[in-house]
Design a protein around this ligand. Structure first.
Ligand SMILES: [Zn+2]
Length: 333
């Protein structure tokens, strides 16, 4: 297995030297459910891996048997949702798991955080974060952080080098209302849809529908609805295009879930939707339907406004999933 040294990572700007951890809290066996407040925050961050770090080629599911075993199903997917009638952005996926279930490392790497809670991550409960490194398609090393929240036990310490598949903790419900593992995969610290990295075939199962096109004074407003089975939300990008009669693109806008472009990640706490203003003219509003485990579908309205309509005769909306499969709808203006 390939390794990379700490010195090389610092040279590449991928590892920022930080003050070493002042102390380390031993794991406790008592799990406190519904501990929403981070009452004793321990911002433990290790920057000193104890030896060279193994590079990875892939990620694996953090619970053996997930997600196809009914005991370890994904109970809540990545992205925009309404919780208690408020807009929020889920930065990971929730994997159902009874308290005490083994949680294994998705990747080899070093333990950056192991703490009873970390107020940088809302309602994390007992948290482990593992930093790992992977070559991308262009042979550049990308750095990832994988977060495991709501644990009942932590079995690793900051700075430890961990092999993929090692048991690092036990699942629980600290900081949560139900027993599950909240998993985040962050690239350059931006949360990614974990479905992009975890194995498992995901057939194209989403749809997109243009619901309304309003043409006012040379500006277009396009209302569309994207639907996906909510346990398999694997949408990456919603794009709307204004086309001429020869299908030439005249104008376009998009929302990208895995980057910061219009993604709606900044939530407004009392509102049911999120509006991003791209320019004086262009806006995108993201409005999820009420989220409930009783629903079989995840449904979000995307309202794009400010597209130029001069010479446009058609509107196309595309929804790309994690494997770049596209669902689309086209309407004539
Ligand atoms: Zn979660």
């Amino acid at each position: 297995m390939n390794h990379i040294s700490r010195r090389r990572l610092i040279q590449l700007g991928l590892l920022t030297p930080l003050a070493p951890s002042p102390f380390y809290r031993q794991p406790t066996s008592l799990a406190a459910c519904v501990d929403g407040k981070c009452s004793n925050p321990t911002q433990i961050t290790a920057s000193t891996p104890t030896s060279d770090i193994p590079l990875i080629t892939n990620f694996i599911w953090p619970i053996v048997g997930a997600p196809n075993n009914d005991l370890y199903k994904v109970g809540d997917a990545f992205g925009p949702r309404l919780i208690s009638k408020k807009y929020s952005w889920h930065e990971g996926i929730d994997i159902k798991a009874e308290e005490g279930t083994d949680v294994i490392a998705c990747c080899s790497g070093f333990v950056r955080i192991s703490a009873d809670c970390d107020e940088r991550y809302l309602n994390s409960g007992k948290i482990i974060q593992i930093e790992c490194y992977k070559y991308d398609d262009n042979n550049n090393i990308q750095h990832y952080r994988v977060n495991y929240h709501h644990l009942s036990q932590r079995l690793v310490r900051p700075g430890d080098i961990i092999r993929q598949g090692t048991v690092i903790g036990k699942s629980g419900c600290t900081g949560a209302a139900w027993a599950h593992l909240h998993l985040e995969i962050r690239r350059n610290n931006i949360p990614q849809n974990p479905y992009s990295y975890l194995a498992g075939s995901l057939p194209k199962n989403h749809t997109v529908t243009i619901q309304n096109i309003i043409n006012t004074n040379g500006m277009l407003q396009v209302d569309s609805c994207v639907t996906s089975p909510w346990t398999k939300l694997d949408i990456n990008r919603i794009k709307v295009l204004a086309l001429d009669s020869n299908n030439k693109e005249l104008d376009s806008m998009y929302v990208d879930f895995n980057a910061n472009h219009n993604c709606g990640r900044i939530s407004s706490s009392n509102d049911v939707s999120y509006t991003y203003t791209e320019s004086l003219i262009k806006q995108v509003t993201i409005k999820p339907y009420d989220f409930s485990t009783n629903h079989s579908e995840w449904r979000v309205n995307f309202n794009f406004s400010g597209l130029s309509s001069s010479n446009a005769t058609k509107i196309k909306v595309e929804a790309l999933d994690c494997s770049n499969q596209i669902a689309e709808d086209t309407k004539t203006i």
